[in-house]
Ligand binder design. Structure first.
Ligand code: HEM
Length: 577
């Protein structure tokens, strides 16, 4: 029989400990309380981490020099740090931190690694002037090349020993006479394609490839409805890819550009190392696109090998005599230095050539069309440099009018038009420069900058410069999210106008800065100028008028969240009046 009178003797343990033990055993005695216990534990860990994780910027010394440590933003969970907020809304996190930091510099903990984030242009300059042995780009570059472009690991030593040889033709993109040589094909493509941009054909089979991808809808023999983003994106790609890689590659692989876009949308998945079978939307699509791109480019490299060796080449490749100096020089390094076909990384060139510039042209054009009164001013500025001449005609049949574009003249003399290009880049690009630290460093600020404080960072940490953080900073740009066509116009001492890019860095910074930036500027200006002078464009929804869509952030230049449908007609030229 149970002893109803039995009571345990009080134990001698201290009161708080007994209370905690009792609380713990009470909590675990029912399933609901297990859940509560988990939440309480998470809350306690979060609160403790939040209280002790941040660190103020303090005076420090490295290699005999004085400086300050970087302020670390407090976070809620150990190891994860700011990782969750960074993945879900990096700009919100960084904008708020930037606004709280004294000198446009702060640190985040991302998965256990410390990232020093810089937006102050003076400090950015200081970082970019450091030697590669201290502030390193190479390890990051190889990581991207391997993970994103899928270059096999085994090729690393070949890339290490041939890095300069492979980069040289890219540096040539910024030097004459190479630049003009390499631009020739693209400009020729634009001059040919712009007058034929719209076919006014009812049937898809008779439409241009860019019209099909942009979902052209026949309205009449002189008017078409079409998606502006998809149209502009492919118009540039259909000139620049044949311009550098020769015309056969895209003729044989008409889906090539769209495979690049699909692969680009999977950038994060590739960098996270997700395999193709990961059950997550977009992963398989990105892998499949990358696979097809490698197949196309491997075939292309084999055709170049055979041409150089005077061996038979599949007739569909033609004689490949329109492949640019850039691609041929890299091919000769790949071939002569024993790179296997599957190790040759020109996918990176194809990607860099197409993903950013192809979207900038859409934003440039849209801003010009959507801003009241701007189109007329721009057309007046462009008129001396874009000429459209009467076509040859035999009887009633006539060719398309001929277009000539003085692309040098556009860059040198069309200041309003160029200011709009910079403004489109400022508003819609999110270029980042990332470095790892090979030793403890002290980052000085630019002497001209208002901030003269040098900062100390330690070996193993990272420096990340999200240039958009500066490009949208109200301290530097008035009404930073509003399009201002004249933002980059300056008046010279003699009263004439010029364009000044100022402190924006849409092409990144330092030694890794975009090698295609001059090429990009010229092709973007040429396409938009040609289209504006040749075609009349109106919003498809005349009631709603022009609407600038929100931005979907990508690797560097944003996509619109929604396509902009427009109606296009050919302009009437003076000989038709
Ligand atoms: C408006 C269009 C373009 C924009 C906004 C742009 C932007 C960028 C950015 C942000 C970077 C990384 C910079 C860094 O790490 O600091 C980059 C790198 C690069 N871009 Fe561009 N780019 C454009 C067009 C082009 C074109 C047309 C080419 C021609 C092939 C090109 C070739 C390259 C190359 C080769 C690199 C790698 C440079 C290196 O690692 O040394 N880009 N670009």
């Amino acid at each position: 029989m149970a002893d109803d009178f039995y009571e345990p003797l009080p134990t001698a343990v201290s009161y708080p400990w007994a209370l905690l033990t009792k609380l713990h055993s009470d909590l675990l005695s029912s399933p609901d309380t297990v859940i509560i216990a988990i939440f309480v534990t998470i809350f306690v860990i979060g609160l403790t981490t939040r209280l002790f994780s941040g660190s103020e910027s303090e005076a420090d010394r490295v290699a005999g020099k004085d400086g300050r440590t970087v302020w670390l933003l407090p976070y809620w969970f150990p190891y994860v740090g700011h990782g969750y907020q960074f993945l879900t809304n990096p700009m919100k996190l960084m904008r708020e931190a930037r606004d709280q930091s004294t000198h446009g510099i702060f640190a985040l903990n991302l998965g256990g690694t410390r990232h020093n984030i810089i937006s102050d242009p003076g400090l950015v300059k200081g970082v970019m002037q450091k030697k590669e042995s201290e502030v390193q780009f190479h390890p990051i570059s190889w990581w991207i090349v391997e993970r994103f472009f899928g270059i096999p690991k085994r090729a690393k030593s070949k890339y290490d020993s041939n890095w300069d040889g492979l980069m040289q033709p890219l540096h040539n993109l910024m030097r004459e006479p190479h630049l003009s040589n390499m631009l020739k094909g693209t400009i020729l493509g634009l001059k040919t394609n712009i007058p034929q941009m719209i076919s006014f054909a009812r049937s898809e089979i008779d439409q241009q490839p860019w019209e099909r991808f942009a979902k052209a809808a026949y309205i009449s023999n002189s008017e078409t409805e079409i998606g502006l983003m998809a149209l502009m994106r492919d118009m540039l790609g259909n000139a620049s890819v044949p311009g550098l890689f020769g015309s056969a590659l895209m003729e044989k692989h008409p889906e090539l550009l769209h495979d690049v876009y699909d692969m680009d949308e999977g950038l994060l998945f590739f960098l996270m190392g997700l395999p193709a079978y990961t059950p997550w939307p977009g992963v398989m699509k990105a892998h499949a696109a990358r696979f097809r791109l490698w197949q196309a480019l491997d075939d292309f490299q084999m055709a170049l090998d055979a041409t150089v060796d005077d061996k038979p080449v599949d007739a569909s490749w033609g004689d490949l005599d329109d492949v640019s100096e850039l691609i041929l020089t890299r091919h000769s390094t790949f071939k002569n230095q024993g790179f296997e076909v599957e190790e040759r990384g020109d996918l990176s060139i194809l990607w860099a050539l197409t993903v950013n510039a192809n979207l900038v042209v859409f934003w440039q054009l849209l801003y010009i069309l959507a801003t009241p009164g701007l189109l007329e001013r721009v057309r007046a500025e462009l008129a001396p440099f874009v000429k459209i001449s009467r076509p040859e005609s035999i009887g009633k049949i006539s060719e398309a009018p001929k277009l000539t574009i003085d692309y040098e003249g556009l860059s040198k003399n069309c200041h309003l038009f160029k200011s709009i290009y910079f403004e489109a880049l400022r508003l819609n690009s999110q270029p980042w420069s990332v470095r790892s630290l090979g030793s403890d460093v002290i980052i000085p600020s630019d002497k001209k900058s208002s901030n003269s404080v040098p900062y100390i960072m330690h070996k193993g940490e990272y420096i990340t410069v999200p240039h958009d953080l500066h490009m949208l900073d109200p301290k530097y740009f008035k009404n930073p999210t509003t399009f201002d066509p004249e933002r980059f116009l300056v008046q010279k001492e003699d009263g004439s106008l010029a364009t000044d890019q100022g402190t924006i860095r849409p092409y990144g910074a330092g030694p890794s800065m975009c090698k295609g930036r001059i090429f990009a500027e010229k092709e973007c200006l040429a396409l938009v100028a040609g289209v504006l002078m040749f075609w009349d464009i109106e919003p498809a929804d005349t009631k709603a008028g022009w609407v600038i869509p929100g931005q979907k952030k990508t690797t560097a230049v944003s996509l619109p969240v929604k396509e902009v449908r427009v109606r296009i007609r050919r302009r009437r030229f003076e000989w038709e009046e």
